[in-house]
Design a protein around this ligand. Structure first.
Ligand code: CA
Length: 492
């Protein structure tokens, strides 16, 4: 038994020259030593703009950097062989790869078709902006560079629900769209089926067959062990349970699956979990926004509320906790990066507590510097600093963060918790203290069974603490920081 830890091995601004697949393979030994069990890799298939985009503008799911398509054989992160080698190298260190699965849309069609559409208002996709009209649109994907290898399926207007016409969403009139947009949980903009590009029509059984066939091919080809599902807000919630069940049945085993449902709305996340019968774990978006809010408000934030209205409190067994990701980093659409001073606190909250499986964002361990245009279109350099204490925290999670959890959420500016350890993990157990004001201390109990033992903080900022007859010690924390205490000699 070891705590599971997911690592998101990318951010939005990884460049072609960074050769991510090779780079990740070279980090396998280090990440395994820190206790990483799963790595989430970015999309591996050919983008509509070849190597010039991170892979979310999907062109060809069967081209993992193998065919000369969209002006490039490789994808942004490397070739198919490099991708497969990376997964193999990680597997040698017992690290599983989660593949990023982007099925909502396609971009970069090879040919135009004459189709009939109705345009809808962008702000309300239930309100038509035009009558039925004929247009010529890029909706036919024949993949001439691949020439039918692996699959000869041609995607055309029958495979899509909608396109973007004159900058607004237009529904395609075909056999499957008689009832309008596909049904969706999120009613933002009336109906949020349409996001971008050619929107995939999941009601067409040929589409569903093709995507199952692709999923099986992908797993056999690459050896990935699980999935991160992109854009669940825009895909009917009935699709993935069927897709996952058929893939699990084919391989006769389980695939660890996490989903991105980007909504700061606990009730809706719970509803999604219910509708998909717990097959898909969800990222805890509300918790991210609590962490973000706490980082912005400083000492005015009441830390006792940090877990309020979070998924991890309600359904811990199906929750993936995270601090930041490639969509929240500066320059991106959902920018809401947790402030640097609060990052150690935030990572302690996701890594060292009992509930949820944490997912660590690449720059937190390696830092990131990149250029992006700001709101005024001016190029600006951004830096996301690494968190100095993170590598130790990851080791503490893997080795010592076990056993009963007791919370001391009793002061608006200083909160703490302890884990009492388990027999199977030698010297396991810990104490954590977090503050958003000046240096503080708090008495916390590890339990009577630990009476007389000595604990030290992992950064050696304070004197050791010896637990009294009741197992209670007084732990300290530096101003605006967090402290992590373990039994002496426990951390390897
Ligand atoms: Ca859609």
């Amino acid at each position: 038994m070891m705590n599971k830890t997911i690592f998101q091995f990318f951010h939005w601004y990884f460049r072609k020259e960074d050769n991510l697949w090779n780079n990740c393979a070279d980090q396998s030994e280090y990440l395994s030593r820190l206790g990483v069990t799963d790595i989430w890799l970015p999309p591996a298939y050919k983008s509509a703009i070849g190597a010039d985009e991170p892979g979310y503008a999907v062109y060809d799911l069967f081209d993992l950097g193998e065919f000369d398509q969209k002006n490039s054989v490789r994808t942004r992160h490397g070739t198919k062989d490099e991708y497969i080698n990376c997964i193999k190298r990680l597997a040698e260190k017992n690290i599983d790869v989660l593949a990023d699965i982007v099925l909502n849309h396609r971009m970069g069609a090879d040919e135009k078709e004459k189709i009939r559409v109705t345009k809808f208002k962008d702000e309300n996709r239930l309100e038509p902006q035009s009558g039925e009209m004929e247009i010529e649109a890029h909706t036919r994907f024949t993949f001439p560079g691949r020439q039918g290898k692996y699959s000869d399926y041609i995607w055309d207007a029958q495979s899509f629900t909608g396109v973007c016409e004159d900058g607004i969403p237009a529904i395609i009139h075909n056999e499957w769209t008689k009832d309008g947009w596909d049904e969706n949980l999120d009613e933002e903009q009336g109906n949020y089926d349409y996001l971008m590009g050619c929107d995939v029509e999941f009601r067409n059984p040929n589409v569903r067959e093709e995507l199952v066939k692709w999923g099986i091919w992908y797993i056999e080809t690459t050896g990935v062990k699980g999935f991160r599902l992109d854009g669940l807000k825009h895909i009917p919630q009935s699709f993935f349970p069927e897709w996952l069940d058929r893939i699990k049945k084919h391989f006769n085993r389980d695939f660890f699956t996490i989903g991105e449902f980007w909504k700061n709305d606990l009730a809706m996340l719970e509803k999604f979990i219910q509708l998909t019968d717990g097959r898909i774990q969800l990222f805890d978006v509300p918790f991210h926004f609590n962490l973000y809010g706490a980082s912005k408000e400083g000492r005015n934030y009441d830390l006792r509320q940090i877990l309020d209205n979070t998924l991890v409190t309600k359904v811990p067994q199906l929750t993936i906790t995270f601090v930041d990701n490639h969509d929240t980093q500066p320059g991106q659409s959902l920018e809401s990066l947790v402030e640097p001073w609060f990052k150690p606190h935030a990572y302690a909250l996701i890594l060292l507590r009992e509930g949820g499986i944490p997912c660590i964002f690449h720059p937190a361990l390696y830092s990131a510097t990149y250029k992006e245009k700001d709101e005024k279109g001016k190029e600006k350099e951004f830096t996301i600093p690494k968190i100095d204490i993170l590598d130790i925290m990851m080791k503490v999670r893997a080795q010592l963060a076990y056993g009963k959890q007791t919370d001391y959420f009793d002061d608006p500016n200083v909160i703490g918790w302890v884990r009492s350890g388990v027999e199977e993990k030698a010297n396991s157990g810990l104490a954590v203290l977090i503050t958003n004001k000046e240096e503080s201390s708090k008495k916390m109990s590890l339990g009577k069974e630990h009476a007389g033992k000595t604990m030290g903080d992992v950064e050696r900022k304070f004197d050791d603490v010896t637990l009294n007859n009741e197992g209670v010690g007084e732990f300290h924390v530096a101003a605006g920081y967090c402290s992590i205490w373990t039994f002496k000699g426990a951390l390897k």
